[in-house]
Design a protein around this ligand. Structure first.
Ligand code: GLC
Length: 772
């Protein structure tokens, strides 16, 4: 038998399983809950997702058990058999991931060539399977009747991915994003499973085009396949789904703490940046209608002929001055930057420098590849080369010098209007020549890294980068948005599973275009979308030019008033969201969570698509259907308070709530204390002097974090921590438990059912005293 398992070598922390056919498998023990499975198939072994050595010294045992070899850590047991079969159990013997031994049953695809071309002629999409090329491989695992799947980044569709199949290949996807779409802009090949209630994760660290079939083809198995690359995946264990997600973010990195104002409201539209006057008029609108706002985005029109790193001074008389004036008004400007560089031989420095240094992607014959993006003919930086990233990062300083607040990376799949870039284009993986096929899915990741490095070096602040394309681990450098959605209700519905899945896939700061990007929104859709986004970390309304305007004041008075109320409410929650992000950097757990992440033992939450949680104490159940003013809400275990009227409900039941157009169904776990931000128009750079905490229920305790909200000094201990508590007897405690950041709140209010308590800071004792 060629696949016979003949023995093993143990060189801590790696166990090499030896097979008669020479195709050895390596089990690499990273921690007791993370084991890498690796087979060298001749590809480079560097990872773009994982940086640094993530091994912990871990005790494990490996033993030959006769018919199999067994590797055991405190949390996971891997049994290896002939034919490269691996079975993975948790420490209690519950099966988690078992290789499938039966036959594949490919979906019938019995079209002859004539019928295939007939159906394709009208533009219909049919199941055309990737042709197995020489590098192709599959990993097929058994599927249990009670097994659900989560994660996978931003695949459009439902929270539970079972029964669907997906591609990992970054695509500029301008059509409707729905459950029949196999992939859009990002490839995050991590999946989580709950097998008979037992959690696990699988992270396939391979940048080539890959595919997940999660029980669509057959109810007895699911599989991952890749067009090429090494067999390279991580088994992730843990007692709870939270543990498993934390293991994934431990490997690929957490979303770093943003500047605090990133959590403010952001307004965007393709078309604002056609002139400085137009941008100023939008800012005027916010002032006129008393609406808070922190950022206005500048889409492609601010550039000179869509040339990267240029600013058209016929449209903006003095861009730098204009940006500074806007900043004085409390509004920061966020310019877009496209991946494609205009082919312009007429003195355009970026193009010329890139050509002179050979920094652009090439055809197999060594000529520079030319695609087509906004500026017409365009070339693409070969971001896999460190020197190209450094060059790009150096130019990113242009935005910092202009005073812009960050960089919004777009078209970085990379997209070209002439269609997908050929797979044999020459790219680099570090110093090594490779192809587009390998580097495609990390193009956006590497561009984001360059933008992050450039902004960090130029400003010393926490870079605010947004990217459309991403790979696993991009969260270390950039926030993301879900690309070109549409102003349709199904895209609002999609936003909840999409953003919570992204959260489980490491992206704690993500958002959708509120109101919808393409097509015309309606006042009702915009209102419900804004309500649903109350806690969405990246809180941006963006629309395509040519569509109906969707600024808050574009409709009737009621729409404007509700919009204002929710913007004001959002700012009340900003300190809480900031605390949540601080917590996320420590725990690796997202801010926006599907209920299943917090309650994986409760079968009732495993398929909930229309509710989400913020941390562990807030539950949001938005209206996501047109014409609806009531809905069912499932409340998980515990007691819950209706945010609006304090009505108390027991959990583990479904209740009916009324939700007229101005009401977002919102529940707070009973006995929760929350920070309640000040009513502001913009998030200032200056420290706040007053903070309020509000009690929901009879008692509660809260740890609050404060730093300057701007730079990296917090990493050297320049931050404060507060402990606020209300005991069952009504006794209120306010403590400064860590004083590393000089400014403290001068006054802290604590609001309970017993009243509003005021505490004043006493600098001498560095403590808070109850004001009489
Ligand atoms: C892409 C982006 C969109 C942007 C447009 C013009 O479609 O996804 O957000 O407005 O390009 O730059």
């Amino acid at each position: 038998m060629t696949g016979q398992l003949t023995g093993f070598q143990n060189a801590v922390p790696r166990v090499t399983l030896e097979y008669a056919d020479g195709r050895d498998l390596v089990l690499d023990v990273y921690t007791s809950e993370i084991i890498r499975v690796f087979m060298d198939r001749g590809d480079a072994t560097n990872s773009y997702a994982i940086e640094g050595d993530k091994h912990h010294t871990t005790n494990y045992a490996v033993e030959n058990k006769g018919d199999h070899i067994e590797l055991r850590t405190a949390s996971l047991v891997v049994k290896a058999y002939d034919n490269h079969y691996l079975d993975v159990y948790d420490s209690e013997g519950n099966p988690l991931v078992l290789d499938y031994r039966g036959h594949r049953h490919p979906l019938a695809n019995d079209l002859d060539e004539e019928h295939k071309s007939t159906v394709l002629a009208e533009g219909h999409d049919i199941n055309l399977r990737d042709q197995a090329e020489s590098g192709y491989y599959e990993v097929i695992k058994s599927l249990a009747p009670d097994e659900q799947f989560y994660g996978l980044g931003d695949k459009p569709g439902f929270l539970n991915k079972r029964g669907y199949d997906y591609d990992n290949w970054n695509v500029d996807f301008g059509q409707v994003h729905n459950e029949s779409v196999k992939g859009i802009y990002k490839s995050i090949p991590v999946m989580y499973g709950l097998k008979n209630g037992h959690p696990y994760g699988l992270f396939f660290d391979n940048t080539y085009k890959s595919h997940f079939d999660l029980g669509k083809e057959n109810e007895n198995y699911y599989y991952y396949s890749a067009m090429d690359g090494n067999l390279d995946y991580y088994l992730l264990g843990g007692h709870t789904l939270k543990d498993v997600v934390a293991n994934y973010t431990y490997l690929t990195g957490v979303t770093p703490l943003p500047q605090k104002w990133v959590l403010g409201y952001q307004q965007s539209r393709w078309g604002y940046s056609t002139s400085d006057k137009r941008v100023a008029a939008i800012a005027d609108g916010f002032e006129k209608y008393h609406l808070p706002v922190d950022v206005i985005h500048l889409d492609i029109d601010y550039m000179r002929g869509y040339r990267d790193f240029t600013w058209d001074t016929t449209k903006f008389k003095n861009p730098k001055k204009f940006v500074a004036e806007m900043k004085k008004r409390g509004i920061r400007l966020m310019p877009i930057l496209d991946a494609g560089v205009k082919k312009d031989e007429d003195g355009y420095d970026i193009y010329q420098e890139g050509i002179d240094k050979g920094y652009f992607v090439e055809n197999p014959d060594g000529t520079v590849f030319i695609g087509r993006v906004w500026p017409g003919d365009a070339v693409f930086p070969d971001f896999g080369r460190p020197e190209v990233r450094q060059w790009w990062a150096k130019h990113v300083k242009f935005f910092a010098d202009m005073g812009a607040c960050g960089v919004w990376n777009d078209m970085d799949e990379p997209a070209s209007f002439d269609g997908e870039l050929p797979s044999d284009l020459i790219f680099h993986n570090g110093g090594q020549k490779t192809t587009h096929a390998k580097m495609h899915n990390v193009f956006g990741h590497l561009q984001a890294q360059a933008a992050y490095d450039g902004m960090k070096a130029a400003t010393g602040k926490r870079p605010y980068i947004i990217t459309r394309a991403a790979y696993a681990g991009t969260q270390k450098y950039s926030t993301i948005w879900t690309g070109d959605n549409q102003s349709i209700w199904s895209h609002l519905q999609l936003a909840i599973p999409q953003l919570t899945s992204l959260g489980m896939s490491g992206f704690a700061i993500a958002g959708t275009d509120i109101g919808g990007f393409q097509k015309d929104t309606t006042p009702e859709l915009l209102t419900r979308w804004l309500e649903a986004s109350l806690f969405v970390p990246l809180f941006r309304n963006h629309a395509e030019m040519g569509t109906r305007y969707q600024e808050p004041w574009s409709f009737d008075r009621q729409t404007l008033d509700i919009y204002r109320d929710y913007l004001n409410l959002r700012y009340r929650f900003v300190p809480f969201l900031y605390d949540q992000l601080r917590h996320e950097t420590e725990s690796g757990l997202p801010v926006m969570r599907p209920l299943v992440l917090n309650y994986d033992h409760d079968p009732a939450v495993r398929q909930i698509n229309d509710e989400y949680m913020v941390g562990t104490s807030i539950l949001v159940a938005p209206i996501v259907n047109q014409g609806t003013n009531k809905r069912l809400v499932y409340l998980p275990a515990g007691k819950w308070l209706d945010f609006w009227n304090n009505a108390e409900y027991s959990g583990q039941q479904t209740i009916m709530v009324n939700a007229p157009i101005e009401k977002l169904p919102l529940f707070i776990k009973k006995d929760t204390l929350l920070p309640w931000g000040n009513k502001v128009k913009h998030i200032a750079d200056q420290p706040e002097t007053v903070m309020t905490f509000r009690l929901f229920g009879d008692c509660g305790a809260y740890k609050h974090y404060q730093d300057n909200g701007l730079d990296f000094k917090y990493q050297d201990g320049e931050y404060n921590e507060y402990y606020i508590a209300v005991a069952g007897d009504g006794q209120v405690t306010v403590k400064l438990t860590k004083h590393g950041y000089q400014p403290t709140y001068q006054r802290i209010y604590v609001e309970t059912t017993g009243g509003r308590f005021e505490f004043d800071y006493d600098p001498a004792s560095e403590s808070y005293q109850l004001a009489e």
